[in-house]
Design a protein around this ligand. Sequence first.
Ligand SMILES: Cc1cc2nc3c(=O)[nH]c(=O)nc-3n(C[C@H](O)[C@H](O)[C@H](O)COP(=O)(O)OP(=O)(O)OC[C@H]3O[C@@H](n4cnc5c(N)ncnc54)[C@H](O)[C@@H]3O)c2cc1C
Length: 423
Amino acid sequence: MDKERIVIIGGGFAGLNLAKRLDKKRYEVALVDRNNFHSFPPLFYQIASSGLDTSNISFPFRREFKKLKNVTYHMGHVKEIDVKAKTIRTSYETLPYDRLVLAAGSTNNYFGMEGLEETVFGIKTAAEAMHTRDEILDRLERGALEKDPVRRKQLLSFLVVGGGPSGVEIAGALGEMKRDILPREYPELNQDDVSITLVEGADRLLGAMSHKSSQKAYLYLQDLMVDVRLNTSMKGYKDKIVSFGDGHTEYWETLIWTAGVKGEPMPGLPQETIGRGGRVLVDEFNRVKGYEDSVYAIGDICLMLTEATPKGHPQMAQPAIQQALNLAKNMNKGEFVTPFKYWDKGSMATVGKNRAVAEVKDTTFTGRFAWWLWMFIHLISILGMRNKLNVMLNWVWNYYTYSTSLRLLLRPTKYPLRRHWGD
Ligand SMILES: Cc1cc2nc3c(=O)[nH]c(=O)nc-3n(C[C@H](O)[C@H](O)[C@H](O)COP(=O)(O)OP(=O)(O)OC[C@H]3O[C@@H](n4cnc5c(N)ncnc54)[C@H](O)[C@@H]3O)c2cc1C
């Protein structure tokens, strides 16, 4: 029997899990990703705050696919999809497919604010997180040299925009740097020189979690000297000046954006397949509307609107993994009989050592227990035994010593980090 050719775009939680589970006898799989590694976004904030090295939470595709004789890795950024000719064009080649699976995740959404893409920093990808880390270290070093106290405070002003889990986690990590690292490693600086502010448009942090978790996260951040401003919407950022909804403006040297995501654009995909937030519309089997026989979408990039999920599923790891497993099940059977049903295993966020919030079913855990739970869940989810051990060793070491060798400022001659795939 001739094998069907499946092209998967994206090797994140969704794409990688699908590739691993497709029937080897039935399908020949080509996985396209612009990075040659799978990574673990929930810990990107620790890259940005010099807590972990990128290699600790990344895994080369080629190593993973050594065991899978029916899967090949293709490096490339997707430039165009032609659903009529059944081909995709990447930065380097054109690939034909019998079936195409979109698993390219999501990207930063700046809500049309001009110039943000070029001026703010993010933690949406491993590369962005590394760039953000360099920016933070650069400002600490320059602040340590600055004689003018006003300019020093300017240089050391960090603004986190967005009070979801990513915003809370990076703000907490910066707060810990200010409290624990500054006195040890930057004796030229006072804690008062560094300001960390988090702004959130809603009236509470962690809007998708319970009020108890929101309140706890707020208190934890206050303990870490983070100035949290709720009901505060940012309207623009130009020449380091942030303008807010109420008309006032303020200087911030470094702005870390965590306030919104949208589906990764897939050029060439017919407009009628795109729904709210740039996400691709799918039915309950993850088949793309209008192309049910040949195009599928899973994970962050897809929007499955059902009575139970009128806004789609949360853009989180579990829906992505579970959709991949369900799609593999249907494809391996050769017929689409099992609709996707999401099993919500809970959510969590950490705000520094011994401080976290976790919700499992109707129970909320906070403090040290939630933090241990958070560490355990993240450790078992990271791919590769060596990575797990490295992360654990780093965490234990940092817990007791606050000392890591990761605060290295490695400057490439040119940052190839933003749109660098020829567009
Ligand atoms: C900072 C951060 C923290 C998070 N914390 C949590 C958490 O604690 N818990 C949780 O459940 N979820 C968390 N999430 C969300 C979670 O990471 C996503 O929901 C999940 O990664 C979605 O999986 P995916 O496979 O759909 O997409 P992704 O994991 O984003 O994978 C997409 C893949 O597609 C590739 N790609 C994208 N565009 C292209 C293109 N045009 N061409 C080629 N390749 C492309 C990318 O390189 C990537 O490998 C977090 C996300 C971030 C950014």
